[in-house]
Design a protein around this ligand. Structure first.
Ligand code: HEM
Length: 347
């Protein structure tokens, strides 16, 4: 017979609710706000665990040699869930900020050297998302130094990240080269025509002075060169193929087959932005709470967090994709057989 399950045992509430032990109490001066401080940290660690859980299931699919089309909607759903958790995580700082800097000082010294900087889950998350790839060597070794020996072993080595999965998936887009059609060639032709027109417009402009024309022409040339960089190989970040594929999905997203890939690209940008937003929200709370003081983890505090935020981007190329958007009327037209392939063909 199946054993009956009761709410407290099912949730192991005795363990969870018994896991708040105040350092200030151990040091014989109970600081009221330390309970809030502990609970907010614990809650955020639980949410990080949930993000890891969702991300692991997404990465299993992305790691397969061919992504199962039937799974894309589940993937999107789970990635979307991650964005909601991230937003919720940032909102926790509203509650924590009901604690004042003086309240925090009541127990701050009891915590030293403990700090969120030692959160293994957070570091692993940055690695699994792909943000860690964009960290400098100096940042990596500093971040690693916060971990204990046994945690360092868990943290070592490469992991297959969301960035890796997305890049691999984008590179497999079969429509970039289709029989005689090449998206790269036709997009390049459009860009060349577009910029030649712009340059002509400035050259023959009836009202602009020579100086203004020179300035405008220089701007257009810079923009043109930036577009041309798409077609050159990249030494870091998304590969050329993956980037072209992301552009293709954005341009032709109205075709039924591209609806879901487009939604996935959007949610990835949200994950990227929410990750940075959490770090920025944390920094603004730190500023209010400790000002220019050092962190309990021993870093320079605000200064360290600024540097860390600058390196928190996961998909910089996807975030900057709008720089390479062109209006619908200029889009290179698709061969009719590709248009047919991109439809659902309902009868
Ligand atoms: C009074 C509240 C808080 C203060 C004053 C504070 C302060 C700091 C400071 C100064 C750092 C830099 C490292 C150091 O020297 O300690 C840091 C890092 C960090 N804190 Fe907090 N923190 C607070 C709350 C939280 C909460 C609730 C979390 C949630 C888990 C958290 C997670 C982290 C993480 C993950 C880092 C590493 C960030 C990175 O490497 O970019 N902190 N914190």
């Amino acid at each position: 017979m199946k054993k009956e399950v009761y709410y407290p045992e099912y949730l192991q509430l005795d363990r969870i609710l018994g896991a708040q032990s105040l350092e200030s109490e151990k040091n014989n001066h109970v600081a009221h706000d330390e309970m809030l401080f502990i609970i907010v940290h614990q809650t955020l660690e639980l949410w990080m665990k949930q993000i890891h859980f969702e991300l692991d299931s997404v990465l299993v699919e992305f790691q397969k040699p061919t992504l199962d089309d039937a799974q894309t909607s589940v993937l999107h759903h789970r990635l979307q869930r991650i964005t909601e958790i991230q937003k919720l995580m940032a909102n926790h700082f509203d509650v924590l900020e009901t604690m004042t800097p003086l309240d925090f000082l009541d127990f701050r010294d009891d915590l030293i050297p403990a700090s969120g900087f030692q959160s293994l889950q957070f570091k692993q998350l940055e690695k699994k998302l792909g943000a860690y790839k964009n960290h400098t060597d100096e940042m990596r070794s500093y971040s690693r130094s916060a971990l204990r020996e046994e945690e360092r072993d868990q943290f070592e080595g490469d992991v297959f990240s969301l960035f890796d999965g997305v890049e691999k998936w984008l590179e497999r887009n079969p429509f970039l080269s289709w029989q005689n059609y090449s998206f790269e060639t036709s997009f390049k032709e459009v860009i060349e025509t577009m910029f030649a027109k712009e340059k002509d417009l400035i050259k023959n402009h009836p009202f602009l002075e020579k100086e203004q024309k020179d300035k405008e022409e220089k701007n257009i040339e810079n923009m043109y060169q930036s577009f041309l960089s798409i077609f050159k190989g990249r030494s870091s970040g998304l590969s050329k193929e993956a980037f072209l594929s992301a552009l293709f999905i954005h341009f032709y997203r109205d075709h039924p087959m591209l609806h879901m890939p487009y939604q996935i690209l959007r949610v990835l940008v949200d994950i990227d932005q929410n990750h940075t937003a959490w770090k920025q929200r944390h920094l603004s709370m730190v500023r209010k709470m400790i000002g220019l003081k050092m962190g309990t983890g021993g870093s320079s505090g605000q200064k360290y967090l600024h540097v860390s935020i600058a390196q928190s981007c996961i998909f910089p190329e996807l975030v900057e994709l709008p720089s390479y958007m062109i209006s619908r009327k200029n889009l290179p037209s698709l061969p009719s057989d590709i248009s047919t392939e991109l439809g659902f063909r309902w009868r």
